[in-house]
Design a protein around this ligand. Structure first.
Ligand code: VG1
Ligand code: CO
Length: 543
């Protein structure tokens, strides 16, 4: 078949952020926009005739069309094999697992994750490398550099492939293999999680809800929880991936899924509830009567992971992103293993996982994962929780309270100021940065500042350095505030303010979170001059 070379004008705005290229869907509607980015990815793939690429997305609007485009361009560029999820579907963790299992050169995941989908929503293209994890900054920077001068791309003109039928097809010299998106992932879970113990839990009448939020995890959760583990039908709700996620915001947190939290209060409450995001890598855990913060969840999973077969040898080390609360560090200390603190974004965990330095890692933004893949994994976290509940025989809320009484409680909140004027947001950060040397010893809203810095990370494996990853301010009451700008937003800037305060093991664990953090919140707002600089007296979302 004839390969066509299409001449184009380069784009200057295809810079990947925290997790791939993420823009308003309309941006991808511009002629040659998708093709330019895909060509820049393909240009970086070595030994193409012998390379395998994994392709799939979270089912949102535009995924199918872009999968067809990638197939045509991979064929035109001479890629040996494509492994494509049926109907173009693959969750982010499933794609990561497939890349590893098939020893692929990498994978292209089509998703804007927890951002809304549809023609007026967001779309994204992520590139993962051969270890299965997000491309490191060196790779994304090279892709971005190529897009800025890209003046032609290669494509074949073939009819759309039928993405619904499993099996192999040829497009030119490229073998396209359509696979069941769930099968390999379910297999992987069976290796790491004690599924029999969970099945026995359901057989004893354990009641839970898993809300797939009309995004990618529906088919995975139905296959594993309902079909394999025998949870009653209807345990999984919103289980069909829809192009617009049913109009919902597929971000699993107590604001965007308040229903799940309210379901867990009152006399008829369930034993457990959970949700995942657009592309299936995040998780929200709700215990009877309480939302479990992702920071606490990470610590609790690390403390009990040895109860699951994949971690029976013990946890080797733990990592958390810098803004995540320090709860996981306390568990690492008790286990006598190393705790690492990385910048925000999953790509920083991959080297530590590859080197066997950590077993479990996570982020405050509802991401938890382990060495089973190189992405965070929503359903895996839910299954590990169920595994732990089945093995300990504890209720989820009792497990959380027991954790606090042993390790103390890290009260935690994140305040997001969304769609702030981009210049005002950068100026706010610059101002804080400039004042750093003067902050220690000073007071903000009556609270004394003990230390302050701008977080930088040196990767202990390859020595690469990431600078300016967020401003940390430590207060005299044991509190901490962290400030950074989001790298996944698509309109204006989002200022994220992460707030926490530690209450020791013998302290008070039953305070209202807002009350517990009130002093730290006031100090953070004052020191960053949030209202005068952004015009916002209150954040848009508190999670
Ligand atoms: C956010 C989160 C970060 C997460 C990233 C991707 O990034 O804070 O922890 O890794 O989203 O998550 P930012 O730069 O907007 O703060 V997802 O579920 O998009 O893959
Ligand atoms: Co996600």
């Amino acid at each position: 078949i004839a390969v066509e070379t299409v001449e184009t004008t380069p784009f200057q705005d295809q810079k990947p952020g925290t997790s791939g290229l993420r823009k308003k869907t309309a941006a991808y509607r511009r002629p040659h926009y998708v093709e330019t980015f895909v060509q820049a990815i393909l240009d970086g793939v070595e030994d193409k005739p012998n390379a395998t690429l994994v392709v799939g997305g979270d089912g949102r609007y535009l995924v199918r069309e872009v999968v067809q485009t990638i197939i045509r361009m991979a064929a035109a560029n001479g890629v040996g094999r494509l492994v494509v999820g049926a109907e173009g579907l693959l969750s982010t963790p499933a794609a990561s697992g497939l890349i590893r299992k098939r020893r692929a050169a990498g994978g292209i995941v089509l998703s804007a994750s927890h951002n809304p989908g549809g023609p007026d929503g967001d779309f994204g293209i992520k590139f993962n490398v051969s270890h299965g994890g997000p491309a490191p900054a060196s790779v994304t920077e090279a892709i971005y550099a190529r897009t800025k001068t890209m003046n032609a791309y290669r494509i074949v003109r073939t009819p759309d492939l039928d993405l619904g039928s499993l099996g192999e097809m040829r497009v030119g010299d490229t073998l396209v293999e359509i696979v069941d998106p769930v099968a390999d992932y379910a297999e992987l879970m069976a290796q790491f999680i004690d599924l029999d113990a969970i099945a026995a839990l359901f057989a004893r009448g354990f009641r839970m809800r898993f809300d797939a939020m009309s995004a990618i995890t529906g088919p995975y959760a139905k296959a594993i929880l309902e079909e394999r583990l025998g949870a009653p039908e209807g345990t999984v709700v919103n289980g069909t991936p829809l192009p617009d996620f049913g109009g919902h915001h597929p971000d699993p947190n107590p604001v965007h899924n308040a229903e799940l939290v309210s379901l867990m209060t009152g006399p008829d409450r369930l034993d457990f509830a959970a949700a995942s995001d657009g592309d299936g890598d995040r998780n929200m855990i709700v215990a009877p009567g309480m939302f479990v913060t992702p920071s606490d969840s990470l610590a609790i999973l690390a403390a009990h992971a040895h109860l699951a077969p994949g971690y029976a040898d013990g946890v080797k080390g733990v990592a958390r992103s810098m803004p995540t609360s320090r709860a996981a560090d306390r568990v690492a200390e008790a286990l006598g293993v190393e705790a690492y603190e990385t910048p925000t974004g999953w790509k920083y965990f991959a080297n530590l996982l590859d080197a066997g330095m950590i077993s479990i890692c996570g982020e405050e933004s509802a991401g938890t994962g382990s060495f089973h893949v190189r992405e965070k994994d929503g359903l895996w976290a839910v299954l590990l929780w169920l595994n732990i509940l089945a093995k300990t025989g504890e209720s989820a809320d009792a497990l959380v309270r027991a954790h606090w009484s042993r390790y103390g409680r890290d009260y935690y909140q994140r305040h997001d100021y969304e769609e702030v004027d981009a210049e005002a947001a950068s100026a706010l950060m610059e101002h804080l940065r400039a004042r750093l040397p003067a902050l220690p010893g000073s007071e903000a809203a009556g609270l004394r500042i003990e230390a302050a810095d701008d977080f930088a990370y040196t990767d202990p494996v390859d020595g690469s350095v990431a600078e300016s990853q967020g401003i940390r301010i430590y207060f005299a009451n044991g509190g901490r505030a962290v400030f950074r700008l989001s790298g996944t937003g698509t309109a204006g800037a989002t200022l994220r303010v992460y707030l926490e305060r530690y209450e020791p093991a013998d302290g008070r664990h039953d305070l209202d979170v807002a009350d517990a953090l009130a002093e730290v919140v006031a100090a953070a707002r004052a020191v960053a001059e949030i209202e005068p600089r952004t015009g916002r007296a209150e954040p848009s979302v508190i999670t």
